[in-house]
Design a protein around this ligand. Structure first.
Ligand SMILES: [Zn+2]
Length: 214
């Protein structure tokens, strides 16, 4: 893994949607249709056929919450997730050169600064007003927001973003496309071979490259 691109932001700020759009733009395929690969019994990711791009967590068409939000914070025997440790321990097994991560589970100063020690780390903060996030959850996703949740989350994210010592960029474009362009420009990522080699049988490639240790 060379680049690790983290999107943070409140519920309803569009983290997952932005990662989906970027992957579609650069690989020609939504992560909803990429295979889910486990590197240990809690850590998993999706990758494109050529292996250049990936995203942490689980995606599937129709899932309301995707990505890292689909990964539980505890294992079956009660072991806590400890994302940083798991990622570091398994980093050589994770194939993509560029890995996106948009989950809320692992947003702490220690975790994010820790990841930046062994990756080329970029932090993007989708920094939108609370009311806009609430509107997006309720109107676009027909979801519910518990009292005070977005306020607490914004405070905590603002705090982390102010203190964190990594390459960091606030994002508040008018559209997802604006934000996508900014991320692509800053990180210098380019379309992968999947865009040009549509004749490759994706299933065949995936079978060779897919493995689990659970
Ligand atoms: Zn690819």
């Amino acid at each position: 893994m060379k680049k690790y691109i983290k999107l943070m932001g409140n519920n309803g700020s569009g983290k997952t949607y932005t990662v989906r759009k970027i992957l579609e733009q650069l690989t020609g395929k939504s992560p909803d249709f990429m295979e889910n690969i486990y590197v240990d019994n809690m850590l998993c990711y999706h990758k494109c056929t050529c292996g250049k791009y990936g995203a942490m967590g689980k995606f599937r068409e129709g899932l309301k919450c995707c990505g890292m939000d689909k990964i539980s914070g505890k294992s079956k025997d009660g072991e806590s997730f400890a994302y940083l440790d798991r990622l570091q321990r398994n980093v050589d097994k994770i194939r993509p050169d560029v890995l996106f991560d948009e989950g809320l589970i692992n947003i702490t100063l220690k975790t994010l600064e820790g990841i930046s020690k062994f990756t080329d780390f970029y932090l993007f903060y989708l920094d939108y007003p609370i009311e806009l996030c609430r509107k997006s959850i309720i109107e676009l996703r027909q979801g519910k927001v518990s009292e005070g949740l977005l306020e607490r989350r914004k405070k905590s994210h603002d705090n982390i973003y102010t203190k964190i010592n990594v390459k960091k960029y606030g994002l508040n474009g008018k559209t997802v496309v604006d934000n996508m362009k900014t991320i692509i420009e800053i990180t210098g990522i380019t379309p992968c071979r999947c865009m040009a080699t549509k004749s490759v049988n994706p299933q065949q490639v995936l079978i060779e490259e897919t493995w689990r240790d659970v």
